[in-house]
Design a protein around this ligand. Structure first.
Ligand SMILES: *[C@@H]1O[C@H](CO)[C@@H](O)[C@H](O)[C@H]1NC(C)=O
Ligand SMILES: *[C@@H]1O[C@H](CO)[C@@H](O)[C@H](O)[C@H]1NC(C)=O
Ligand SMILES: [Cu+2]
Length: 341
């Protein structure tokens, strides 16, 4: 205990105000912002949680939590236990970065199939090497409140791995997330059945091994959905979906081979609706989803009349181009900001 306390003191002294880790702090659904669990004053700093994860994840103290106390907080986000990474793919907290329970005053956001939903991480997100993944899990009853996240079956609706370049020095989904205001936008497929879901945004950091998982969840009630249930092959459990031997979780960025390797296999099940679903996750060395374009960032210069993916295309006081490059459409996020999504 003495040694651990000393290490914590050292870590705090060495990194006074730098946020080394974090999580999803808020959400946006078609222009409406939903705050996540509030950050508690005085405890939002990088603590040392690299010692035995079983010990450290079993009973987070108030200092380890990203909020002072859940008392009185109402949010669509599920409570989460720590801003430190989960580093074991069998960790029981892998579903939503907590014990799976909902908040005492848990809220649910309404969303429509086809809506764009954005997760905002703390800024700037510090880890640019690794994939972005978004999952949905339908809750069995008329609400997700009270449903244990670890009992649900999840399917992947969005992923972005190595977008360009090599494993060793390429551009990753998480690098793009940082370039996009440390946020990630996923469109709810129009084909998912209406109902109550948990949505799980995850970024995985590969700058050191073992890989670091940063998942948080929110409750949404999807209306106007379709009729395509996820197939058996598309459904996974957390924990269960990942293994410590997955090729996408064991890549070493710092080898000579990494500087020539352009194929990265995104962990987890095949994408929802991606085909038969019976094959192993397919290697992706190129953009594989509509959210992955060759435009590296929202700041990409676009020709007149063609705004790049995630670029601004409207809003009060905006005078620039309003037409989005195919296949994106200009979507009003609020009165002041419309974005090509
Ligand atoms: C979900 O939305 C449907 C349709 O709008 C509504 O009838 C239902 O009450 C909602 N359920 C919850 C838990 O919010
Ligand atoms: C960037 O993200 C922050 C939340 O982290 C949000 O308040 C802000 O509106 C975002 N900016 C844009 C241009 O979307
Ligand atoms: Cu970190």
């Amino acid at each position: 205990m003495f040694a651990f306390a000393s290490l914590v003191a050292l870590a705090s002294a060495a990194l006074p105000n730098v946020l080394a880790h974090g999580g999803v702090l808020s959400y946006g659904i078609e222009g409406q912002i939903y705050q996540g669990w509030k950050v508690g004053s005085g405890n939002w700093y990088p603590a040392l949680r690299t010692s035995p994860s079983s010990l450290l994840h079993s009973s987070p103290s108030s200092e380890d939590r990203p909020y002072n106390s859940p008392d009185g907080q109402t949010t669509i986000q599920r409570p989460w236990a720590t801003y430190n990474p989960i580093t074991d793919p069998t960790d029981p907290t892998l579903a939503c970065n907590d014990d799976g329970t909902s908040g005492a005053l848990q809220l649910t956001a309404n969303a429509k199939a086809g809506d764009a939903i954005t997760a905002y991480w703390n800024q700037p997100w510090p880890h640019p090497y690794g994939p972005m993944l978004t999952y949905l899990a339908q809750c069995p009853g008329s609400t997700c409140t009270g449903v244990d996240a670890s009992t649900l079956s999840w399917f992947k609706i969005d992923e972005a791995g190595l977008l360009s370049g090599t494993i060793g020095d390429g551009y990753w989904g998480s690098g793009k997330m940082i370039d996009q205001n440390s946020s990630w936008t996923t469109t709810i497929p129009t084909t998912v059945p209406s109902g109550n879901y948990l949505i799980r945004f995850e970024t995985i950091a590969l700058h050191s091994l073992p890989a670091q998982f940063y998942p948080e969840c929110a409750q949404i009630n999807i209306s106007g959905g379709g009729s395509r249930q996820p197939t058996t092959d598309e459904l996974v459990k957390f924990p269960g979906a990942y293994s410590s031997t997955d090729p996408g979780l064991t890549v070493n960025l710092y080898t000579n081979e990494a500087l020539t390797e352009t194929t990265y296999i995104i962990p987890g099940p095949p994408l929802y609706g991606s085909g038969s679903g019976s094959a192993a996750p397919s290697p992706t060395s190129a953009p594989s989803t509509p959210s992955s374009t060759t435009a590296p960032a929202a700041t990409t210069t676009a020709a007149a009349g063609t705004v790049a993916h995630f670029g601004q295309c409207g809003g009060s006081g905006y005078t620039g181009a309003t037409a989005c490059v195919s296949p994106y459409t200009c979507t009003a996020l609020n009165d002041y900001y419309s974005q090509c999504l």
